[in-house]
Design a protein around this ligand. Structure first.
Ligand SMILES: [Zn+2]
Length: 343
């Protein structure tokens, strides 16, 4: 019994001294570690292409910032940034006063970066004309041109661009204004039935002429055609029993006739010896007559602007060759057109 108790006591004593030693060892180590961390801190030494560029404590924060920059760049239109070499990190213990150069490291790393910009080009017939930052702006340009029925709508396309150079952007309003092409106005179609145009409206064909000068009020006339005067106002001839109510201007068949002043067409169509006749009623009781036409482009009731093409020179009715018979009437009485034109 005694020996067993002694042995047990001895074991306890030994254990106790072993624990004491272990405890002392741990305390000692802790003091050493504490002392080390009192003077030093763990940091990352950062190298780029084998070249040291600085120390940082926040490897994760730095790398996150670099990754974010690579995926977003520094402007809205950067698609991504290509950085040739990425930094390498190795952990080390540095004195507590070692400066964290996170910002400098970041700037050094991104300095080698190449930004790829994402934007859109608006093309006309396959040629890049304008650049916009978003897809929505391309759609806005196309839709606006469609709405305005631009004649070149089929030529306008757009494409996405990934380039290392950012182009100057143009606002959609300017692009639309510059690309818009007006649709050509349809050429007026002559209303011809045989060589007789179906008449619309009414006309005064009195042979009442006046050789004096009549004031046309607010109306001023332009020459409907250019040509050679073949018969003057008041003249009598073998094919005419009374005084000539107008002025004849000979020119080739098909020559466009421009209306002498703005007004409303009050007669258009076949009228006996006049052939195909158009009468335009202007302000202040003034009317102009265009006779022997090959074709008439407008019908009675149409408002026509001065200079608008209303028909073609012909030789219909009582006529021996292509010419325009032009009359100027005031309150139904014919006056000499050469008072106002071709003089
Ligand atoms: Zn005539």
């Amino acid at each position: 019994m005694f020996t067993i108790v002694t042995l047990f006591k001895n074991i306890v004593i030994h254990l106790r001294s072993g624990a004491k030693f272990l405890f002392a060892f741990i305390i000692g180590l802790a003091i050493i570690v504490f002392a080390i961390f009192l003077v030093y801190k763990p940091m990352y030494s950062v190298t780029l292409d084998g070249k040291f560029i600085g120390y940082t404590e926040d490897k994760n924060e730095l790398q996150t910032k670099i990754n974010k920059y690579m995926s977003e760049g520094n402007s809205d239109n950067v698609a991504f940034v290509e950085i040739e070499t990425l930094p390498k990190y190795s952990m080390c213990l540095m004195k507590k006063n070692t400066k964290d150069k996170k910002e400098d490291i970041f700037n050094t790393v991104i300095a080698s970066g190449v930004s790829y910009y994402k934007y859109y080009a608006v093309l006309n017939k396959g040629e890049e004309k304008y650049y916009v930052p978003t897809y929505e702006e391309c759609e806005a340009v196309i839709n606006s041109l469609k709405e305005k029925e631009s004649n070149n709508i089929d030529d306008i396309t757009y494409t996405i661009k990934y380039e290392t150079e950012l182009k100057e952007f143009v606002d959609t309003g300017t692009i639309v204004a510059n690309l818009y092409v007006e649709k050509p106005k349809p050429k007026p179609q002559p209303v011809v039935v045989g060589n007789r145009v179906t008449a619309t409206g009414s006309v005064n064909t009195s042979l009442n002429v006046n050789y004096s000068y009549a004031n046309l009020g607010s109306v001023s006339l332009i020459q409907p055609v250019s040509g050679v005067i073949s018969s003057r106002f008041g003249a009598r001839s073998s094919i005419r029993s009374s005084a000539h109510t107008g002025l004849d201007i000979a020119t080739s068949k098909g020559t466009p006739i421009a209306v002498a002043a703005s007004g409303t067409v009050t007669f258009a169509g076949w009228k006996g010896s006049y052939g195909n006749l158009m009468v335009v009623t202007h302000a202040d009781g003034v009317q102009t007559y265009y006779a022997h036409c090959n074709a008439l482009y407008v019908t009675a009731g149409t408002y026509v602007e001065q200079g608008q093409i209303i028909g073609e020179v012909g030789t219909t009715g009582n006529s021996t060759g292509p010419h325009l018979h032009l009359e100027v009437r005031v309150n139904g009485v014919a006056y000499n057109p050469q008072n106002y034109l071709y003089n």
